[in-house]
Design a protein around this ligand. Structure first.
Ligand SMILES: Nc1nc2c(ncn2[C@@H]2O[C@H](COP(=O)(O)OP(=O)(O)OP(=O)(O)O)[C@@H](O)[C@H]2O)c(=O)[nH]1
Ligand SMILES: [Mg+2]
Length: 483
């Protein structure tokens, strides 16, 4: 009765209602037509749903690599590229030669700078007077006796002078290829806890574009004169570096120089990106970078660089990912914000070996404290409340080397207390701190996903990445209502 009244009252329903004098035969035909129409409509709905799902599925997975400078973001990206973009990796490998040569030459030039300063009677070579003195930590043992710099040091300094020009040429070549200015304002060579803060104008090198400096090496030569000139430059650089090999080794292994570095609290042997233990292999005329060299090469990132990776194997096979590698120094962090929107996952790199180091860009800030602070900002962000966050407690190899070398965590992190000073305890302690921050500050409860990493170890990192990829993809599909 109710339906009848509704049909009577609704003009559209009245129009579509079956005729009152419909015969049984007509009714059967009408019902058949209606059933077919319903089926067709359902098929169209299914198709639309499938298309929408495919669209969502094909939407690239957006991943941000975050963390302070030198935390290992670009190195993590290289692990993705090595695993999934092999052709491109092979094509670009040779172009990294310039960067690796530059890393090595910069390492030597940094030592020469310090030596020149010492020989000119600059900063006294004691830990107490060095830049490291403003680090928190144990009172510096006073080094006894002045260091004696001999004629050999003077001679080595002179004979290695051509490396200044080599550094400049390499920076120009990489920088010009990238079409950008080549110097940063920060006075710190890579990875060094101390170098560069003595007021010297040794500046860290970066290029603005992620790819153009590599393309210049891989693209077809357009002008044969230019190509000849370029090849001659490459040969000349390799010749000079090879010619300096013995002197580079001599200065690097010199006991007085080692003592000078040690008194300044500089541990170049555990400083990534200097290649000082590889002089024999790299300072040769026909040097070809290995995969490992490329992974370890240091080129500072400026701004935010987008890299697209189409996965052809592994758990994420078939999906396309957009990975953003960002510059991590304090002045660059404002540039991250626009990328938070619509971001599927963040891989947050926290270098746990840095508990006794300070930021190159602000010597008042302990690097571990800076990582805690950044982590807190990321996990407490409302904008990122639905973003998967994965923590890499990175540089665990360097942490182990430091602890084995006798550096005590409790001298820098008082609350570490009397726990045994080994890798296992230190990692557990730092990890717990990151977990506590997440529990306390995440706007919604979210799982704490952490991995202990050393991203220069590509084999171990490949295993970690496959676990990470699977998790990120699952979250991505869940977020798109596809699971
Ligand atoms: N031994 C060791 N070295 C590492 C590790 N992760 C990164 N490195 C080295 O640390 C240096 C800095 O790494 P990058 O990946 O360039 O750091 P980043 O986070 O991209 O730094 P910015 O671009 O300045 O923000 C490089 O020389 C790397 O080879 C690690 O787990 N162990
Ligand atoms: Mg980087």
């Amino acid at each position: 009765m109710g339906v009848k009244r509704a049909v009577d009252e609704d003009p559209l329903a009245r129009l579509l209602a079956p005729p009152p004098n419909e015969t049984a035969e007509e009714r059967e035909v009408r019902l058949g037509v209606e059933a077919e129409a319903r089926l067709r409509s359902e098929r169209i709905d299914d198709q639309l749903r499938a298309e929408k799902a495919a669209l969502k599925k094909n939407k690239p997975v957006k991943v941000l690599l975050l963390g302070q400078s030198e935390s290992g973001k670009s190195t993590t990206l290289k692990n993705f590229q090595l695993a999934y973009c092999q052709d491109q990796w092979e094509a670009e490998r040779a172009s990294w030669r310039m960067v690796i040569q530059l890393n090595l030459v910069r390492g030597i030039n940094s030592i020469l700078d310090l030596l020149a300063e010492e020989m000119a009677g600059g900063a006294a070579p004691t830990m107490g007077d060095s830049d490291v003195s403003d680090d928190e930590g144990p009172p510096a043992p006073r080094a006894t006796g002045a260091l004696h710099y001999s004629g050999t040091h003077r001679l080595l300094k002179l004979r290695l002078a051509p490396l200044r020009t080599v550094q400049h040429d390499l920076e120009m070549r990489i920088g010009i290829s990238a079409g950008s200015d080549v110097h940063d304002v920060i006075n710190s060579p890579p990875g060094s806890p101390v170098l560069g803060s003595t007021g010297r104008k040794q500046q860290e090198f970066f290029v603005r574009s992620a790819t153009s400096w590599k393309q210049s090496h891989t693209r077809a030569p357009s002008d044969s004169t230019n190509v000849k000139f370029h090849d001659a430059q490459v040969r000349e650089t390799a010749d000079i570096i090879a010619g300096c090999a013995e002197d580079m080794k001599a200065i690097w292994h010199d006991p007085v120089i080692r003592e000078m570095l040690s008194r300044k609290g500089i541990r170049m042997e555990v400083t990534p990106g200097f290649f000082l233990n590889d002089i024999d292999r790299i300072a040769v005329r026909d040097y070809e970078p290995t995969n490992d060299d490329v992974v370890r090469a240091r080129l500072r990132t400026l701004g935010v660089q987008e890299h697209r990776i189409k996965f052809n194997k592994g758990p994420a096979s078939g999906s396309e990912w957009c990975i953003y590698d960002v510059g991590g120094s304090r002045t660059q962090r404002m540039a991250w914000y626009p990328y938070f929107d619509d971001c599927d996952a963040i891989i947050f790199l926290a270098p746990i070996s840095c508990f006794d180091e300070r930021l190159a860009e602000d010597r008042r800030i302990n690097r571990l404290e800076d990582s805690y602070m950044l982590w807190k900002a990321v996990v407490s962000s409302k904008l990122l409340a639905r973003t998967s966050i994965i923590l890499f407690l990175n540089k665990s190899d360097l942490l182990e080397a430091k602890l084995r070398g006798g550096v005590r965590v409790r001298d820098y992190v008082q609350s570490f207390g009397d726990r045994p000073n080994n890798l296992e305890n230190a990692v557990k302690y730092f990890q717990q701190h990151f977990r506590d921050i997440l529990r306390k500050h995440s706007p919604e409860p979210r799982p704490f996903r952490a991995h202990i990493t050393s991203v220069v170890d590509t084999q171990a990192t490949a295993v970690t990445l496959s676990v990470v990829e699977e998790g990120i993809l699952r979250d991505h599909l869940q977020r798109a209502d596809l699971l």
